[in-house]
Design a protein around this ligand. Structure first.
Ligand code: AMP
Length: 323
């Protein structure tokens, strides 16, 4: 698998790297690190990273605009299905590589390097570099470190294995990473977002069976001078609330004319439920898009039922993990 990917990369002069819509640090880090590594190894190649940007992630590097994608190899990272690829028509490519850690949704790559037990797409890129002649330097190591830190929520999710820690320790040692300096751009945020976080804490509602939720309308976002992406950036900070097994934010996105749903769980598997609402993602970190805020009630109900079932299973000693 690794050597097949390396062989294809070696063969192409032009390579386009793409990732999912609604970019996050792991999607950004994995594509930028792979781009940098290919360019370090093969300086003569043309390598582009595409998709919509976000001011928040400029420290990962500049995205590219590509007019001519003819004869290029496409590598899609951190994206399980075609409809979530940002800014690319896959029919324009004769060869595609997928590198992903989401649960499988559909096949679209000629080579599919998928490991849904991996912490992050960045960890898969790290593995690919470690296992092939692709080169690494401190800049690449730093990006991969941040991608892994972000998608594991600072190693708090159980997708951080002993293997993840071993790889991370080696990165820190080999490239003398100054982790305090790396965290700053990742975690610095405007005070408007901190104030919104306070608002969320005050206004979270709770269902009978342990779903904490909030509906953030355009009006509320305007009051705090934040955009529709802001609530998603803070959802991991609401982990470990006694009364909440699942927590979910509904945010009005007037730019895209939909409602962004961001959900997390410390118990039941939620991505299969959110798949019924035009969503998906990971077992315990998942998202969806709704047409209107009224539809939020159906999501809350479905998640509440899931929590009820989960609690019953726990009480009877029949946990999901034991099934
Ligand atoms: P978020 O809450 O936006 O951080 O998303 C959590 C996870 O769910 C990420 O892996 C996203 O790629 C995925 N996700 C978010 N929105 C959707 C959606 N509408 N459809 C499928 N997956 C999604």
């Amino acid at each position: 698998m690794y050597s097949d990917i390396f062989k294809l990369i070696s063969e192409y002069d032009k390579i386009i790297l793409a990732r999912h819509v609604g970019v996050d640090p792991d999607a950004m880090a994995s594509t930028m690190a792979l781009k940098d590594s290919i360019l370090l190894t093969f300086p003569e190649k043309k390598v582009y990273s595409v998709g919509s940007g976000s001011n928040r992630f400029v420290y990962f590097g500049k995205l590219d605009k590509v007019d001519d994608m003819k004869d290029a190899l496409l590598i899609v990272l951190d994206t399980p299905d075609v409809k979530r690829i940002d800014g690319i028509e896959i029919d324009n490519f004769s060869k595609i590589i997928k590198i992903d850690h989401h649960p499988f949704v559909e096949k679209f790559g000629d080579i599919e390097y998928i490991d849904d037990t991996a912490s992050s797409a960045s960890e898969l890129v790290l593995e690919l570099i470690n296992e092939t002649d692709l080169l690494m330097d401190k800049n690449i190591a730093s990006k991969l470190y941040l991608g892994i830190v972000s998608d594991t929520n600072r190693f708090m999710f159980n997708n951080s294995t002993g293997d993840t820690f071993r790889k991370i320790a080696k990165l820190i040692e080999d490239y003398k990473l100054e982790i305090d300096k790396l965290y700053e751009p990742l975690y610095l945020r405007p005070i408007s977002e901190v104030r919104l976080e306070g608002y969320v804490g005050l206004h979270l509602e709770l269902t009978e069976n342990g779903v904490a939720y909030i509906k953030l309308t355009k009006e509320i976002l305007d009051e705090f001078s934040v955009d529709a992406a802001a609530p998603g950036n803070m959802i991991n900070n609401f982990n470990y609330i006694n009364e909440a097994i699942v927590w979910v934010f509904f945010t009005e996105d007037t730019k895209n004319n939909n409602i962004r749903v961001s959900a997390r769980s410390r118990g039941p598997i939620i991505n299969t439920t959110l798949a019924n609402f035009n969503g998906g993602g990971h077992k315990y970190a998942s998202g969806a898009r709704l047409m209107k805020m009224e539809d939020a009630e159906n999501v809350i109900k479905a998640l509440d039922e899931l929590c009820l079932e989960y609690k019953k299973n726990i009480e009877s000693g029949d946990t999901i993990e034991n099934k």
